[in-house]
Design a protein around this ligand. Structure first.
Ligand code: HPA
Length: 269
């Protein structure tokens, strides 16, 4: 079966389950999946029950697809995403984004936990642009012409209208929201201090192990994109040591601001 056939089959399956015409896709990163619990009139599917779908293995990622109403919008939320470092193919990591497009989403909100280069723990950052240091691209291979061109333009990937709305909303509700460049790596090892010094020179404000693959596929298919990073730690070399427990702990601390911010943005997008 070709990738396109799999995408269409999965989209048809989800429609039969009642996931009809979502307006926006939500990809909820480490520790941020709780937002999906606030979705009303929810239809919830375990990843294991969805054809051609990947499996989630990281703690802090639930592994459920949740469809329903959030802040007056029809959303389709990934509670837990797929990463390269779990051994997933680029196809599996980005498959949900293709399906969101086929189901009719206009845009996606992509969230993650990230290390700060300059920004400190607890910062919420709108992604203005990214640097792909994963060493690969999910767009390698036969181009899916139905979705977009062989050589997609990445000049305006992070939709200006969405970013402006995010800042307006944050100001209105009194949440501090920064903006910066996200640099994506494959992981799973955290970076070395030398890598972080290099990334700083390259212009990165945050570093993380996700988001770039999904955004490449979203941009290819013409989806509008809002990216929000929760900075959970100073990147390597700027603090004594790094560990996943700290990442989860800081997301716990900022998740209420995060949830309010995303819901208010959704209401106004
Ligand atoms: N590096 C990469 N990924 C991350 C980090 C980090 O410091 N913090 C949270 N995710």
């Amino acid at each position: 079966m070709t990738l396109l056939e799999k995408i269409k089959e999965t989209a048809a399956f989800l429609q039969e389950e009642g996931m009809i015409e979502p307006e926006l896709g939500l990809i909820l990163g480490s520790g941020l999946g709780e937002l999906a619990e606030e979705i009303d009139n929810a239809i919830i599917l375990d990843y294991a029950d969805i054809p051609h779908w990947g499996k989630s293995t990281v703690s802090g990622h639930a592994g459920k697809l949740v469809y329903g109403d959030l802040a007056g919008r029809k959303v389709l939320a990934l509670q837990g995403r797929f990463h390269f470092y779990e051994g997933n193919s680029t196809e599996i990591v980005t498959f949900p984004v293709r399906v969101m497009k086929v189901l009719g989403c206009e845009g996606v909100i992509v969230t993650n936990a990230a290390g700060g280069i300059g920004f400190g723990p607890g910062t919420l950052m709108v992604i203005s642009d990214h640097i792909n240091m994963t060493g690969t691209s999910p767009l390698i291979g036969a181009n899916l012409d139905e979705f977009g061109p062989r050589f997609p333009d990445m000049s305006k990937t992070y939709t200006l209208e969405y970013r402006e709305k995010a800042h307006q909303v944050a100001e209105k509700i009194g949440i501090k929201l920064d903006e910066g460049v996200y640099l994506g790596v494959s992981g799973p090892a955290y970076e070395t201090p030398a890598e972080i010094r290099a990334f700083k020179t390259l212009g990165a404000d945050a570093v993380g192990m996700s988001t770039v693959p999904e955004v490449l596929v979203a941009a290819h298919s013409g989806l509008k994109i809002l990216g929000i990073s929760c900075i959970t730690n100073h990147a390597a070399g700027f603090q004594e040591e790094l560990n996943h427990e700290e990442v989860v702990k800081v997301t716990q601390r900022i998740k209420s601001d995060f949830k309010i911010l995303i819901k208010t943005i959704l209401a106004e997008l």
